[in-house]
Ligand binder design. Structure first.
Ligand code: IMP
Ligand code: MG
Length: 424
């Protein structure tokens, strides 16, 4: 990585592309790692040596003691989860302190009533999205409606009582405000040393000539503007959000790497054009361990969708692609890659148009390319030609159809099981 530059690493599908382990691998060459959207709806699984940790809120850079981790203003923060995650990390010998963890004072806070509202809405008959029930949507709603509560509001009893009264009024809540207030103030005391102007902290690092990695959560197709609305999360997950959600000007963000699995998965409801039959999903679930890292739900599985990926490359202005979980395709007797969509009356449909037709009740047919079954991954992979032929072919197809260069490939869950094809 060139000096004083920002690299954004984010999901090119519906999340769970393996961003966490990629951020962990790349972080060694960066000074800081920044989360800029979402909250603990994310689940980043890391397998380092003998240790396995799932991080939901703290940036994956925390696994390296010399990195500064920043939770930006675009994140919605549940203090209960934050402190539990810090304790979990501590039990693994990883210490979080105000020296290596910085939190934007203007990040919005998730309260227990947000989780309750999220769950109640999911249990109702309308608007079933299949959320993680972590209170993410309701917290962002309060933020946009301008009665949200920021981390710095937890530092003053006077301000917090006023703001809580306002949310209680707007939301017509009838729960005990006093106990909520006292609990939130106690969290405020613990948060105080971590709070800062995150954008300033990040820019100082960049100005010193160091590089910063921006760690996306969820994925492009879950973006509230560009995803499969309404089956999306409540934040922008795309690259531009790295600037908005961290308070750093766009001039610092010059590389965007999109992470994609060699197949597709999604958790929750919503369109998924290359989804396969229940029987075929079994292989992906068993071998690829496709169960939600946050909720444990089985993920829906299907073939790599290059039309959707092409869309994600464009929306994010991706400068590179990271292909993960290539190894999971070995042992499949049938191997396919989706390269286009058509419907009864239309050929060569783009992702957006296909989505619109699908929402109107039309069937979207996917055009597939069949590939020869993929050989097992060799013991060691040091160069592109070490990869099984079908894995090489998938990379070529990505470059041709999605119009992006494959920069990094991972072929196992452990740190080190990745091949860098081109430096960032
Ligand atoms: P919410 O973000 O909890 O509101 O959930 C909205 C949708 O996004 C649901 O379909 C969730 O399953 C999905 N989702 C949220 N976070 C993640 C993630 O980190 N990985 C995969 N799917 C996610
Ligand atoms: Mg995940």
């Amino acid at each position: 990585m060139k000096n004083n530059r920002g690299l954004v690493v984010l999901g090119g599908q519906w999340g769970d592309e393996g961003k966490g382990r990629i951020v962990d691998a790349l972080a060694k060459d960066f000074k800081a790692v920044v989360r800029f959207q979402g909250g603990n709806n994310a689940g980043h699984s890391l397998h380092i040596g003998e240790q396995s940790v799932v991080l939901h809120l703290i940036p994956c850079g925390i696994m390296r003691p010399d990195k500064i981790c920043v939770i930006g203003n675009g994140v919605v923060l549940d203090p209960e989860v934050l402190f539990a995650e810090m304790a979990l990390l501590e039990s693994h010998g990883i210490k979080c302190s105000p020296n290596n963890l910085k939190i934007a004072k203007n990040a919005h806070i998730i309260f227990p009533f947000h989780k309750l509202l999220d769950a109640q809405r999911e249990e109702g008959a309308h608007n079933f999205i299949g959320t993680t029930k972590r209170g993410i949507g309701p917290c962002y709603e309060d933020k946009v409606a301008r009665f949200g509560i920021m981390a710095c509001d937890l530092l003053s009893k006077e301000i917090l009582s006023k703001k809580l009264s306002s949310v209680f009024h707007e939301r017509r809540l009838s729960i005990d405000m006093e106990s909520l207030l006292m609990k939130a103030l106690a969290y405020g005391d613990r948060l105080r040393p971590y709070l800062c102007d995150a954008g300033e902290v990040i820019e100082d690092i960049l100005k010193k000539g160091e590089s910063v990695l921006f760690e996306g959560a969820q994925g492009t197709l879950l973006d509230v503007d560009h995803g499969t609305y309404p089956y999306v999360t409540s934040s922008n997950c795309v690259a531009a959000q790295a600037s908005v959600g961290s308070g750093v000007g766009m001039k610092w963000l010059d590389e965007v790497w999109l992470v994609s699995k060699a197949y597709c998965t999604r958790v929750g409801e919503g369109p998924f054009f290359t989804e396969v039959s229940a029987q075929e999903q079994d292989h992906f679930r068993k071998v690829g361990f496709e169960f939600g890292a946050t909720t444990g739900r089985p993920r829906r599985c299907g073939w790599l969708d290059l039309n959707a990926l092409k869309y994600a490359v464009r929306i994010n202005g991706a400068t590179g692609l990271v292909l993960t979980k290539v190894d999971i395709l070995s042992d499949l007797s049938d191997l396919k890659v989706g390269i286009g969509y058509r419907s009864k009356n239309h050929k060569n449909l783009g992702f957006m148009d296909a989505l619109e037709l699908h929402m109107q009740g039309h069937t979207i047919d996917v055009e597939y390319l069949d590939l020869p079954p993929m050989d097992k991954m060799p013991e060691s992979v040091n160069k592109f030609s070490d990869l099984p032929r079908s894995a090489q072919k998938i990379c070529e197809l990505i470059e041709k159809h999605a119009e992006v260069a494959v920069k990094l490939i991972s072929f196992g869950p452990k740190r080190g099981q990745e091949l860098l094809l081109s430096a960032c």
